[in-house]
Design a protein around this ligand. Structure first.
Ligand SMILES: Cc1cc2nc3c(=O)[nH]c(=O)nc-3n(C[C@H](O)[C@H](O)[C@H](O)COP(=O)(O)OP(=O)(O)OC[C@H]3O[C@@H](n4cnc5c(N)ncnc54)[C@H](O)[C@@H]3O)c2cc1C
Ligand code: SF4
Length: 486
């Protein structure tokens, strides 16, 4: 059967057999961008998404993670430090649960990538990338976070590091500052692709299927001619792609699909932005009203790190409070005084995606280098210093082997270059990159008509939040294929 165009089909009650010019796997940031621009060029598009339609989570505990995140938010990478990999799994992908911070890729990073990756240079020339970014930013209403949307802890970071702290740029024209971005905006206030690019693509006839996991690629020789998958209720899905198959399942699942298909050269050069959360205790209850990520300090050029305010839902904020027994109970009593900032690293380390031998699921391996540990040590100490300077009573660095609580600048300076031992950190990464080599038109090297448009086609860790880059790079690749013949 081939149901109506321009519709989001939430699952299916029968086996589905589809056909379109382009079949896109994944309705996240990159998949939606491709769908938006290819349908604008008059091409027919089918999008297949494993997760359910985008619905804001009602609570903020485990159920919310189950509704919106892959593996209920418990996916981890293998390596010396526990590294949680957060991946949205819903129509809208990680864009639906993002803070919608849109930061331009620095030209220096583009140049460094272009020097070592000729295909990147040819595929996404700087001028095209910038033009696409302007076009996308305009459509997603990207703007500087206004003062009225800065919560108390964002104001604290701005005070602590004047001259370095900047309001974030966000695509969130309807934001009212309720800080639930990571749970899906209840106001539809941010420009996640479920309310922007996907509806535009559907207006132009795109058909989207949710709750359908793509399991494999169909081939004619080296040429990808379609995909097959399974709805969560057991019905089968098959789609023929007359022009090309586009993989946009994210920087862990896309390499996984390709590894399962036996494509060679997949999984190397994988990276992410490992992040640690530093929390602290304020001297009075904080007014949290404001954007999820309001203020950012970019120390990348100097240290390879960023410090960013991070307004967490209460159940998540509770996890950043250290200690046990009575001490923990007393601290949790003061949860409305706890502020949370994140220290984000642009790592030197490079990881890899492999297939689990038994599960056949993608498994990431990642280990920080000694230089990465030093950079994080500096970042955590700077964040703790900033908190104390801004007025916090104590900062909690959350590093094994360090003091649980930092209450003085003297203590901070002792920590500044203190090594962090392997295993002493709890890392989280939601910004993931690489794993798939692609050619000058975005095709997977060694294949034909199999395009990768998502973060797995990026040459490395961007050093800045990547949504803006992912949208812009995908729209450049969409332009190449807009006129392609079957
Ligand atoms: C909590 C969180 C907050 C973030 N905040 C920001 C931010 O403020 N600014 C920023 O720049 N970046 C942010 N990011 C990162 C950003 O959202 C991602 O880098 C970006 O969305 C990645 O785009 P993508 O297209 O590669 O993958 P995604 O947007 O993750 O989309 C991949 C989609 O493919 C689907 N999929 C996977 N496998 C299959 C399969 N086999 N079959 C069918 N569908 C499949 C997934 O369910 C998912 O919906 C955040 C990420 C998270 C998780
Ligand atoms: S801060 Fe709240 S209102 Fe603003 S975009 Fe995020 S969830 Fe929506």
């Amino acid at each position: 059967m081939n149901p109506a165009a321009g519709v989001l089909h939430d699952g299916a009650g029968y086996h589905v057999n589809e056909e379109a010019d382009f079949v896109i796997v994944g309705a996240g940031a990159a998949g939606a961008t491709m769908a938006r621009w290819l349908t604008a060029a008059g091409r027919s598009v089918v999008v297949v998404e494993e997760g359910p339609p985008a619905r804001p989570a009602t609570g903020d505990g485990r159920a919310a993670l189950q509704q919106l995140y892959r593996d209920s938010g418990t996916t981890t990478a293998r390596g010396p430090d526990p590294l949680l990999l957060l991946q949205g799994r819903t129509v809208g992908g990680s864009s639906f649960v993002s803070g919608s911070v849109h930061t331009a890729l620095p030209e220096a990073t583009w140049r460094a990538w272009a020097e070592r990756d000729a295909a990147w240079k040819a595929r996404v020339p700087w001028e095209k990338l910038e033009a696409a970014r302007a076009r996308v930013d305009n459509e997603l209403a990207v703007n500087k976070t206004p003062r009225s949307l800065l919560s108390d802890d964002a104001e604290a970071l701005a005070r602590a590091m004047p001259g370095q702290a900047m309001a974030t740029w966000r695509g969130a024209p309807g934001c009212v500052g309720n800080g639930r971005c990571f749970l899906g905006c209840p106001q539809a206030g941010k420009s996640s692709v479920n309310v922007t690019f996907l509806p535009l693509a559907m207006q132009r006839g795109a058909r989207i299927y949710s709750r359908c996991a793509v399991e494999g690629i169909d081939w004619q020789g080296k040429r990808a001619v379609g995909i097959h998958g399974l709805f969560d209720n057991g019905y089968r899905f098959k789609a023929r792609a007359n022009v090309a198959v586009i993989l946009a399942a994210g920087a862990v699942q896309t390499p996984g699909i390709l590894l399962r298909a036996g494509v060679k050269g997949i999984g190397a050069n994988w990276s992410c932005h490992p992040t640690v959360i530093v929390s602290g205790l304020w001297n009075k209850p904080l007014n949290y009203a404001g954007a999820t990520q309001g203020v950012d300090v970019q120390l990348g050029h100097e240290h390879g790190i960023d410090i960013e305010t991070l307004r967490l839902p209460p159940a998540w904020r509770r996890l950043t409070v250290p200690g046990w027994g009575t001490a923990l109970a007393e601290r949790v009593e003061q949860l409305d005084q706890v502020l949370t900032w994140q220290v984000r690293l642009r790592p030197e380390a490079v990881g890899r995606v492999r297939l689990g031998k038994l599960t056949r699921k993608p498994q990431v391996e990642f280990a920080l280098t000694a230089a990465d540990r030093r950079a994080l040590s500096t970042g955590i100490a700077l964040a703790a210093e900033g908190m104390l300077r801004a007025g916090a009573l104590v900062a909690w660095p959350q590093v094994g082997g360090w003091s649980e609580e930092i209450g003085s600048l003297k203590q901070v300076h002792e920590l500044m270059n203190r090594p962090i031992q392997p295993g002493a950190l709890h890392l989280i990464a939601s910004q993931l990159f690489g794993g798939v080599p692609t050619d000058a038109r975005g095709q997977v090297v060694g294949t034909e008509r199999l395009i990768v448009a998502d973060a797995s086609a990026l040459p490395g860790a961007a050093g800045v939040p990547p949504l803006s880059l992912i949208h812009a790079a995908a729209s450049v690749v969409a332009d190449y294929w807009a006129d392609a013949r079957p």
